[in-house]
Write a protein that binds this ligand. Structure first.
Ligand SMILES: NC(=O)c1ccc[n+]([C@@H]2O[C@H](COP(=O)([O-])OP(=O)(O)OC[C@H]3O[C@@H](n4cnc5c(N)ncnc54)[C@H](OP(=O)(O)O)[C@@H]3O)[C@@H](O)[C@H]2O)c1
Length: 272
């Protein structure tokens, strides 16, 4: 007997859409005819403002929400912990309420900075968090909120995020300085997994399409390297030849994990 299978289109609401990841999701969405995407910048949807969240959810009725909105300036977070908490924790709590009310799946972005860097091996989804700085603490607190029982929630941890074509990030700042002929001094005692926003955007779409069990997922680039070796790769990729010197992390008082590469023991199917 023939069955009439109705495939419901997904409506994916992206918060913080003017950020690095938001912009790459927008580019991906331009060629995605399977899903309906809605992009909300801070002006359209402020996650610290319940009224603004409620209005967006009532208007768009999202089946999924990818939360790219965050206070991401790690240094500034030390000086403005209240602001960082208002966005990264209280704002996420408000978003969670709207998701619960509308039965929306939340995909919340988090960071390698929830770890202390002492493990000595790459971190998996099963490792315990122990953040060292204000930014990491706010993100760890937001993870705990998302993972509370009953919420249709994913926490996607990623690290050292960069967009090649937009935003302020390490990749673009190295490129700009090298093109200006500046010599570079780059720290060689912090190790991580640089992650392209384009690859991360594709991963997030796969996650939503495949709908694995809710919980924590890691997605990061597959090369484990220091900022110095990442800079070296960027210069080689663009055939730029400027002086590049490895240095130690300056003692500025801000604690960062010295070794925080991410790997996943819960890989998704690579096909959409
Ligand atoms: N960048 C990294 O290296 C990195 C590493 C690991 C994890 N992550 C996580 O990945 C996610 C995306 O990062 P990203 O690099 O795309 O960050 P980003 O470029 O800093 O973008 C964050 C966006 O959030 C917006 N925003 C700030 N407060 C808001 C509010 N109250 N309501 C709505 N929007 C608000 C910002 O708007 P304004 O421009 O107006 O401030 C900005 O457009 C974040 O959760 C971040 O913690 C990032």
């Amino acid at each position: 007997m023939a069955t009439n299978k109705v495939i419901m289109a997904k409506t994916i609401l992206v918060t913080g859409s003017n950020g690095q990841l938001g912009k790459s999701l927008r580019t991906l969405a331009e060629n995605d005819d399977k899903n309906h995407w809605v992009f909300s910048s801070r002006q359209d949807l402020d996650i610290t403002n319940k009224g603004s969240i409620d209005a967006a959810f009532a208007k768009h009725l999202p089946t999924h929400c990818i939360n790219c909105a965050a206070f991401t300036n790690v240094r500034l977070a030390e000086k403005q912990p209240e602001n960082a908490t208002a966005i990264n924790v209280d704002g996420v709590a408000k978003l969670i309420s709207a998701c619960q009310e509308h039965s929306t799946s939340l995909v919340h972005l988090s960071t390698d900075y929830v770890f202390d860097g002492q493990k000595g091996n790459p971190y998996t989804e099963e490792d315990k968090v122990n953040p060292l700085n204000v930014y990491g603490k706010t993100k760890a607190a937001s993870e705990a909120l998302v993972l509370e029982q009953g919420l249709k929630g994913y926490v996607v941890r990623t690290s050292w995020v960069y967009a090649e074509n937009h935003g302020q990030n390490f990749y673009r700042s190295i490129l700009a300085k090298a093109r200006a002929g500046e010599s570079l001094r780059v720290v060689n005692d912090q190790t991580g997994t640089p992650t392209s926003t384009v690859e991360l955007a594709h991963y997030l779409r796969r996650l939503i399409q495949q709908g694995p069990p809710f919980g924590v997922y890691h997605f990061a680039g597959n090369k484990i390297q220091t900022w110095f070796s990442f800079a070296k790769d960027i210069l080689a990729e663009h055939k730029l030849n400027v002086e590049l010197t490895p240095i130690a992390t300056p003692k500025e008082g801000l604690k960062r994990p010295s070794f925080s590469p991410l790997i996943s023991i819960k890989p998704l199917n690579n096909e959409l």
